[in-house]
Design a protein around this ligand. Structure first.
Ligand code: FE
Ligand code: CA
Length: 536
């Protein structure tokens, strides 16, 4: 059965606010015994609620039932009836939508309710119930009607949230913004073993610790669940619909398709073994995200690249540059290597041919004023300062620099197809980096074909030495980079209208505490018809 099939199996009233209401037991298919509410004694919504993938008339609602959040095996091995409710009123007054879905043990009792029949560009509130337990209330917002001439859209962009690096005041601040949608560009979890300066920010122990790697399905589920216990992350999920994609650490560092990029034995696995690990990681990712994708239990692959339209103002192309990529050329461990290795990677691809065709088609046919390419790794060239004895520039071959011919192909396509106002979003670097995307980065006078806004991390670190070195070297080494800041953690707030996109780097003062002031530490604009990033 399709696990995305969340058709309501009851129309029975969900009595708002009445804790006395027992679980609604239903006449489902005869072979499915829904667990009685009594088997869920403890509050099962400790991982919060979320919504995502907003369309004009649909949105996905998510939760996952847990007993012990850090023990994926602690729930009863039976389906559990979960009621959902959705309303245009924050206290669920007036007309409501509701239904019951089954949370299945083989999907870790996660639920994905794809609610249809909604009004475009409208706020909704939602919650779940099992037995006497009622979840927190989440708020979501549908996308504008297809083709609607909308004037204004606000996005948040987050990525790279290493739990062990510190706390996430950035998410507390993000939850306080007024946004239509939040994008997450990957590194939602990290796979490393427990090691943290903060005693309450230690990773859970995987099945086989000592290898900086997760292996079993329970390992991945428990790590996702650990991250989801964070109240700031829960608040940000409950505040807005999210559109998520993954990068490498949701499986393991720098992997490429079925190639385990780990340079160290015994961590490095062959393709068959690694494919199994990847499948478990993908399953846990699906189980924990408010995402509308056709997942089948046991499938080795999961197509998550997809597209969203926000009226005729903005088309959002969400890429997956991990699952289909060819291995990094000459990458050693961290992926750093000679720039020339990336230039010579003529058969390399980050997207794979199917996704590349899909992206070109979506850009060519777009009705939108702004065409956003939301993806994981930095697209613009980033040369690192050479050290004594080095005769070649060093780049991060895990980024587009390792796949320069594929990047040339995309940039020439943007130019020749006259794609309207392309804006590239990226993460992974753990620094803010805003760039003019030039057709030829070696020629500082060549045509600017797009604008790249790379968001700093929520918490993952950037070496202070590298920050100082790049700040000093960028004007000569990477003159297309107009803003670079590796010292601050935070997110991007993007305000879009028909005339311009304005991007603010929102930075917290510290991640050593759960709360911190947040400030705008950089503001840039891209004017419609004039690609490139300019100080606001
Ligand atoms: Fe990261
Ligand atoms: Ca990454």
């Amino acid at each position: 059965m399709s696990v995305a099939d969340a058709a309501p199996i009851s129309r029975r009233a969900f009595l708002a606010g009445s804790a006395a209401t027992g679980v609604v037991l239903l006449a489902g298919p005869a072979d499915v015994r829904l667990a009685h509410g009594a088997v869920v004694r403890r509050y099962p919504f400790a991982l919060g609620v979320a919504s995502g993938d907003p369309l004009p008339h649909r949105v996905v609602l998510w939760t996952r039932l847990v007993r012990d959040p850090l023990d994926a095996g602690s729930m009863p091995r039976r389906p559990v009836a979960v009621e959902w409710e959705l309303s245009r009123h924050p206290r669920f007054r007036g007309a409501r939508r509701h239904g019951v879905v089954r949370a299945l043990p083989r999907l870790a009792h996660s639920v994905h309710v794809d609610v249809g029949g909604l009004r475009p560009a409208t706020d909704y509130w939602y919650r779940f119930r099992v037995g006497r337990h009622v979840s927190e209330t989440g708020r979501t917002r549908t996308a504008p009607e297809h083709g609607a001439s909308i004037q204004h859209l606000r996005l948040g962009v987050a990525n790279c949230q290493d739990w062990q690096s510190g706390y996430w005041p950035a998410y507390t601040a993000l939850a306080d913004e007024d946004l239509d949608v939040v994008l997450h560009l990957g590194d939602y979890i990290y796979e490393s073993d427990p090691a943290s300066a903060y005693r309450d920010r230690l990773h859970t122990k995987p099945h086989r610790s000592g290898l900086n790697q997760l292996f079993t399905l329970a390992d991945y589920r428990n790590r996702h669940a650990l991250y989801k216990t964070d109240p700031a992350l829960q608040a940000a999920h409950a505040a807005f619909p999210w559109v998520v994609t993954w990068d490498d650490h949701e499986v393991e560092s720098n992997y490429a398709n079925r190639v385990d990029a780990d340079p160290h034995r015994p961590r490095r696995q062959g393709p068959v073994r690694f494919a199994r690990e990847r499948a478990r990681a993908y399953q846990a990712y699906y189980e924990h995200m408010p995402i509308r994708v056709p997942y089948r239990v046991g499938s080795p692959n999961l197509r998550i690249y997809r597209r969203f339209d926000f009226g005729n103002l903005l088309r959002l192309n969400v890429l997956d540059t991990r699952q289909y990529r060819t291995p990094q050329p000459d990458g050693r461990g961290g992926g750093y290597g000679a720039e020339d290795a990336g230039r010579a990677n003529t058969h390399g691809t980050l997207m794979g041919s199917g996704q590349e065709r899909w992206l070109h088609a979506g850009l060519r046919s777009s009705p939108a004023r702004w065409n956003v390419i939301a993806q994981q790794v930095m697209m613009s060239r980033l040369r690192f300062p050479t050290e004594p004895g080095q005769t070649q520039y060093v780049t991060n071959l895990d980024q587009w620099d390792g796949y320069a011919p594929a990047r040339d192909r995309l940039l020439h396509f943007l130019a020749s197809a006259r794609v309207a106002n392309p804006v590239v979003l990226a993460g992974d670097l753990h620094a803010s980096c805003f760039s003019d995307v030039r057709l030829n980065f070696d020629d500082p006078t060549s045509q600017i074909v797009a604008s790249e806004y790379l968001a700093t991390s929520i918490s993952s670190g950037f070496a202070p030495g590298d920050d100082a070195a790049l700040k000093a070297a960028n004007p000569t080494l990477n003159p297309h980079i107009r803003h670079f800041d590796g010292a601050r953690r935070g997110y991007l707030r993007i305000d879009v209208n028909r005339q311009r996109v304005q991007v603010e780097q929102r930075s917290v003062d510290t991640i050593a505490t759960r709360s911190s002031p947040v400030r705008t530490t950089a503001a840039f604009v891209t004017a419609a018809g004039s690609p490139g990033v300019v100080p606001a």
